[in-house]
Design a protein around this ligand. Structure first.
Ligand code: PGA
Length: 241
């Protein structure tokens, strides 16, 4: 696990965007695993800027997002599909047919999960997976007491996650209680993983992740078992290390 501490959120965002740029320079057909949440927004802004400056090309890239709320369709502004469109996809030259986000409205959720997992494999697996981290240590929507062997599956959101995500909704009642998420096993099969954390609010969980033993209580701790993980944190998130 490589730990990179940078000054602030702007530096973190740029550093993460640089990693993606390097990946696409090395292999323009890369398969990227993408994340939602507040943390990667600055990285997406930096990538859009690079695209506008003609410093990066997404035309051959394939993307797979980590998760989607169950019950929200693509045109729901709170869906992760809408989030990705708003923050990244509509601004760059990614081929829309190469974008993959679980379908939260699927009528056969089990088949949707299996098909998503299979599609990742058929594309040769994820080359570079971007992750945020929840205050409870979740990655994707893999909540504490996670099953490390799980592939893409339906998850029930922790109350803490529902609380944390209510800021994106009109009221807490509107936050979906379930989601489709890549499982830990899916994430661990990625060839390279970059986890981002910013701000004092993430300092406790980053300290726990870096210092504590691997435990299903802290889903991100499984990353200690992966051979190619970069953690980029700003000084505030690193303040309890
Ligand atoms: P955040 O969420 O980036 O909005 O803090 C991270 C996560 O829950 O994975």
């Amino acid at each position: 696990m490589e730990l990179i501490i940078v000054k602030d959120y702007a530096a973190l965002s740029q550093r993460a965007a640089n990693l993606i740029q390097a990946q696409l320079t090395w292999n323009p057909q890369s398969v990227l695993g993408l994340a939602t949440g507040s943390t990667p927004v600055g990285m997406y802004d930096a990538l859009v800027k690079m695209y506008q400056d003609k410093a990066i090309d997404f035309s051959q890239v394939t993307t797979f997002n980590l998760d989607e709320y169950l019950g929200l369709g693509q045109d729901n502004p709170q869906s992760y599909y809408a989030f990705m469109h708003e923050h990244l996809f509509k601004h760059i030259n990614v081929n829309k047919e190469k974008i993959h986000i679980p379908n939260g409205l699927s009528e056969d959720i089990q088949s949707e999960c299996l098909a998503y997992e299979k599609s990742i494999q058929l594309h040769g697996g994820i080359d570079l997976q971007v992750l945020g981290i929840g205050h409870n240590g979740h990655i994707g929507f893999n909540e504490p007491n996670v099953e490390f062997e799980a592939k893409t599956h339906v998850v029930s959101l922790d109350q803490e996650t529902i609380e944390a995500n209510k800021r994106f909704f009109d009221s807490i009642e509107d936050v979906p209680k379930k989601a489709i998420s890549m499982g830990i096993k899916t994430i661990m099969k990625s060839k390279r993983i970059v986890l981002l954390a910013s701000g004092e609010g993430k300092a406790d969980i980053i300290a726990k992740l870096v210092k504590d033993e691997i435990s299903p209580n802290v889903p991100a701790s499984v990353l200690h078992l992966h051979e190619n993980v970069v953690i980029i944190v700003d000084e505030a998130a690193a303040s309890k290390l």
